[in-house]
Design a protein around this ligand. Structure first.
Ligand code: GDP
Length: 305
């Protein structure tokens, strides 16, 4: 929690402390509530959730009467937690699937998102977590568009002990993904992680490509998880991206990266609303250990302090 708190210090300072300070004011007038709203909007919580939360806070503060700092902290903790959804299933599904031939096949995870959001890094970090958990992992470098992506992924693979399947530069991403799962099946690996390309400028191209990658992989068997990687620092832009990806493939979970560098932690709420899928993992830094399961309670505790 100490580490989480340190990594989230920017969100903590603006969001957590900011809200507590405002709610501690002797007179909670309209201006104060507007400031509360501003803080939430600035943190990218989103318009509708912000209004809901302000409504709830107003109501509860009224009921509370006298406000001790502890009361306020507790109240804020409960309301933020409720907003984030403490009971959503945030498991990253990596269990074996049943292949189309009727045999067990590795769990398949596709990692999608716009270039620069931290897709390759996240794939590497996730491989590391899985390997540390005793699983054998095959990496598929299906981002054949960005020249360095396959090298970068392979470096991660070598570091964590996972084989990387790659194709020719600018080759067909779907065929690399297909080969990676084939390799995973041949090796009886536990999990295959597929890093994909994320070019947003031609939406149709992306649509065709990602859809094709998934369909081709599904010739082997089911894809257990499609993780969308979003850069938390891009705020509302990230939401626009999320929407485009969700139209292309069924996203099953979100990885929010670079939460360490932003005060916009509220994007967790907005993106879950937007996509109707939970944030499952968070990136809290560039280091190999900086990918963590998203735990709402720990997150809120870190924010409120
Ligand atoms: P890709 O193009 O989406 O595959 O992006 P990369 O994986 O190459 O990452 C882009 C940059 O973001 C790299 O410099 C990463 O180290 C950095 N990055 C990724 N995740 C995080 C994170 O959680 N926090 C921080 N601070 N940087 C990150």
């Amino acid at each position: 929690l100490v580490r989480l708190r340190a990594r989230l210090s920017r969100s903590q300072n603006t969001l957590g402390k900011g809200l507590l300070n405002l709610l501690s004011r002797e007179h909670l007038d309209e201006d104060t509530w507007e400031e509360v709203e501003d803080i939430l909007l600035t943190a990218d919580v989103g318009v509708a959730p912000t209004q809901e939360l302000v409504e709830r806070l107003r109501e509860r503060v009224k009921v509370l009467g006298t406000r001790t700092p502890d009361d306020l902290r507790e109240l804020l903790r409960e309301e933020l937690l409720a907003l984030i959804g403490p009971d959503l299933d945030r498991t990253v599904h990596t269990a074996n699937g049943i292949g189309n031939g009727g045999d067990e096949i590795p769990g398949v995870v596709m990692v999608v998102g716009v270039n620069g959001t931290g897709k390759t890094t996240t794939t590497g970090k996730l491989a590391r977590v899985l390997v540390a958990d005793g699983k054998s992992v095959v990496l598929g470098a299906a981002d054949t568009f960005r020249a360095a992506a396959a090298d970068q992924l392979q470096t991660w693979g070598e570091r964590v002990g996972a084989r990387t399947v790659r194709g020719p530069e600018a080759g067909d991403p779907a065929s690399v993904a297909y080969d990676a799962v084939k390799e995973g099946i041949a090796e009886a690996a536990d999990v295959v992680l597929i890093d994909t390309a994320g070019r947003l400028h031609t939406k149709t191209g992306l649509m065709d490509e990602l859809g094709k990658v998934k369909r081709v992989v599904e010739k082997h068997g089911p894809v257990g998880e499609v993780l969308l990687v979003l850069d938390a620092t891009t705020g509302q832009n990230g939401l626009v991206q999320a929407r485009v990806f969700a139209e292309v493939v069924d996203i099953t979970g979100v990885v929010l990266t670079k939460l360490d560098g932003t005060a916009k932690g509220g994007i967790i709420v907005a993106v879950q609303r937007e996509l109707g899928v939970p944030v499952k993992l968070v990136g809290l830094g560039e280091g190999a250990d900086d990918l963590a399961p998203f735990e709402p309670k720990a997150f809120v505790d870190a924010l409120i302090g």
